[in-house]
Design a protein around this ligand. Structure first.
Ligand code: HDL
Ligand code: ZN
Length: 416
């Protein structure tokens, strides 16, 4: 049925956005078989590294004193600092309240003990079901690192597939720290050497294919510094060109590059210590141009890279851009970037991923993003109606499905 006016347009878009299950293309969450790697519940939610960084805007204790606290003690400090002594207006704090509210807990009571009691009555499996339902998420793509000993052990000994959790093979230790990690490959039975001989290249390809098969990885991924350049004379560039891209082409997997991370500008904050830098879009353009049979998923961390990334996506059919990553996942920037992408790319992009590290975050990250994506899409549809276009409700449902998962799965399946 055709939409008649802006009011019926808005309700049709809101319904489609609300009812469409999401594929979340980048997260750091795990199914319960990964044990403690799955973070969930109010204390893990409050001690998310975003809130740690924000707490140290106020807290005077030494970093090491914080890290010596238990998780509950850390959460108590963060709750006191960011929620009691100051109003929780930051997006990461607002997200905690959204989660508690959507779970039906009494947020106005500010009763951390009561919230803890709620979670103490749930098993991880029960809570996974609750969160996926409340968040409207059909499936998530994990971040899977075979160099992480705890994770590797699960894959080799106790992994139990859950169709809601897809895998992505994460390669930061291999690509960004080759000199420090090549001997681990040797210990695992791969004939490798620090100098990356042709034999070594073949063995690294074997390693990649083994883990792609073992994990049924949908894509291979790496996070990269602002200085990344594929022309660089480095182990990283050689490994990408000689190992990653040939394996991706052979297995028809995308290579996901997450560009712009300045690691540990403040080491005392540990995971919260990373920062952002503007990268060179030329690295993306030259890879897409030089490897037309490879598919590239790209997200960039700097706000200043967003426009040129959009333009690059207009130039290369083998490039699909995704998400408002990390320091960009804030309402003001999600709105700005999403509007820019609709205007330059139509529906040909993945508007968001949650990057959730704590299971509960799926609830708030998608609640907050859905609202913005829907509002901007509605604005763009209203422009069409103003120009005399007729819009059918099932076209709205089609478009929203394209944005919230369809683009991703088409790209995964596409053969170039
Ligand atoms: O490298 C990444 O995948 C980033 O998302 C980091 O994990 C970062 O610490 C993060 O959690 N961002 O939201
Ligand atoms: Zn991430």
């Amino acid at each position: 049925m055709a939409v008649q006016d802006v009011a019926s347009l808005r309700s049709a878009v809101e319904k489609a956005i609300r009812d469409t299950k999401v594929t979340d293309v980048h997260t750091h969450i795990y199914p319960p078989c990964f044990g403690d790697l799955l973070l969930w519940g109010v204390d893990d939610l409050i001690t998310y590294h975003y809130l740690i960084a924000e707490t140290f805007r106020w807290a005077e204790l030494p970093y090491d004193a914080y890290w010596d606290l238990t998780t509950q003690q850390q959460a108590d400090l963060i709750w006191k600092t960011l929620f009691e002594q100051n109003s929780p207006v930051a997006e990461s704090c607002r997200g905690v309240l959204t989660v508690l509210h959507k779970l039906g807990l009494d947020v106005a009571a500010r009763d951390l003990a009561a919230y803890r009691s709620y979670f103490s009555q749930l098993t991880p499996g029960e809570y996974v079901d609750i969160v996926f339902e409340l968040a409207g998420v059909r499936d998530v793509v994990m971040t899977n690192d075979p160099f992480d000993e705890a994770e590797r052990k699960v894959w080799l000994e106790s992994y139990r597939p859950d169709p809601r959790f897809k895998a992505a093979l994460r390669l930061d230790p291999l690509l960004n720290e080759w000199d420090a990690n090549w001997q681990r490959l040797a210990a695992w039975g791969y004939s490798v050497d620090v100098g990356l001989s042709s034999r070594c290249i073949t063995e690294v390809q074997r390693f990649l294919k083994y883990w792609c098969d073992r994990m049924e990885a949908l894509y291979l991924a790496v996070s990269l510094p602002p200085t990344f350049a594929i022309a660089e004379d480095s182990s990283r560039a050689l490994l990408i060109r000689e190992c990653v891209l040939p394996v991706c082409a052979e297995l028809n997997r995308p290579f996901a590059m997450m560009i712009g991370v300045k690691k540990l500008v403040n080491p005392g904050l540990r995971l919260a210590g990373d920062s952002v830098g503007k990268a060179a879009i030329e690295a993306v353009e030259s890879l897409c141009a030089e490897y037309p049979r490879n598919k590239f998923l790209v997200t960039m961390l700097s706000r200043e890279n967003q426009h040129e990334l959009c333009v690059a996506a207009r130039k290369f059919r083998n490039l699909l851009i995704f998400g408002c990553w990390w320091f960009l996942n804030n309402p003001s920037l999600v709105e700005e970037i999403t509007r820019m992408r609709f205007e330059l790319l139509g529906l040909g992009f993945i508007p968001q991923h949650s990057d959730a590290r704590v299971l509960d975050q799926l609830i708030y990250k998608w609640e907050h993003s859905r609202r913005i994506i829907g509002a901007v899409l509605c604005e763009k549809y209203a422009d069409l109606l103003s120009a005399g276009w007729r819009l059918e409700e099932d076209e709205i449902r089609r478009d929203v499905g394209t944005l919230l998962g369809g683009n991703f799965w088409d790209f995964i399946k596409r053969k170039l």
